[in-house]
Design a protein around this ligand. Structure first.
Ligand code: HEC
Length: 173
């Protein structure tokens, strides 16, 4: 009984592995960016992202102080590197040609409520990117200081000072 049971388990595991292989090898699981998500794909990627953030996102305060100069520096970095996917102050209306074809769609940060995330969580997403999405890791391009500066802007983007607001309205993608 013991040996037959173990053999059964091994055969079942091999059968599942063979099915997954056939689904991949025959292209039933598509590699295209214009087909919708597979069943459970959204659930699985969210579960992994939330678990990774809970384990790794820094809980420390933003080392970049909240000043107009730093907010405007963050806005300028955002305009250079992020607006092409995440849009401008106008939100969805200004979605760029790159963003339109991305899968999954990049959230339009002016309207999608990124201020609710802690600055440590945003910093982590910038530094490491988000696997299985088009969100790049920025640590090869931006310094730590620059990533925290962008995180500062995103945290405060819904209550900017007039000077920062003016800089934000001027960002194009
Ligand atoms: C090539 C397109 C692209 C570029 C450029 C890009 N991102 Fe992203 N980003 C994405 C995508 C796609 C997602 C959605 C990931 C997901 O579904 O979890 C994302 C997610 C995010 C999130 C999480 C949003 C949320 O509500 O969960 C933040 C914050 C973010 N990006 C910030 C930035 C910043 C800041 C920059 C510039 C330094 C940037 N991104 C550049 C594509 C991009």
């Amino acid at each position: 009984m013991g040996r037959a049971f173990i053999l059964g388990v091994i055969v079942a595991i091999l059968a599942v592995a063979a099915c997954i292989y056939v689904l991949l090898a025959k292209g039933v699981i598509p590699a295209s960016a214009d087909s919708g998500p597979l069943p459970l794909e959204h659930w699985a990627t969210r579960l992994s992202l939330h678990a990774t953030l809970a384990k790794e996102a820094p809980r420390t305060a933003n080392p970049v102080p909240l000043t107009d100069t730093n907010l405007i520096a963050g806005i300028q970095l955002y305009g250079e590197h992020c607006a092409i996917c995440h849009g401008t102050a106008a939100g969805d209306a200004s979605t760029s040609p790159v963003a339109k074809g991305e899968y999954p769609k990049p959230p339009q940060l002016a309207t999608d409520g990124v201020e609710d995330d802690s600055e440590g969580v945003t910093y982590w997403k910038l530094a490491h990117g988000i696997r299985w999405t088009g969100m790049p890791s920025w640590k090869a391009t931006l310094s730590d200081q620059q990533m925290w500066t962008i995180a500062l802007f995103l945290k405060h983007m819904d209550h900017l000072s007039p000077a920062a607001q003016q800089a934000w309205q001027a960002v194009k993608n």
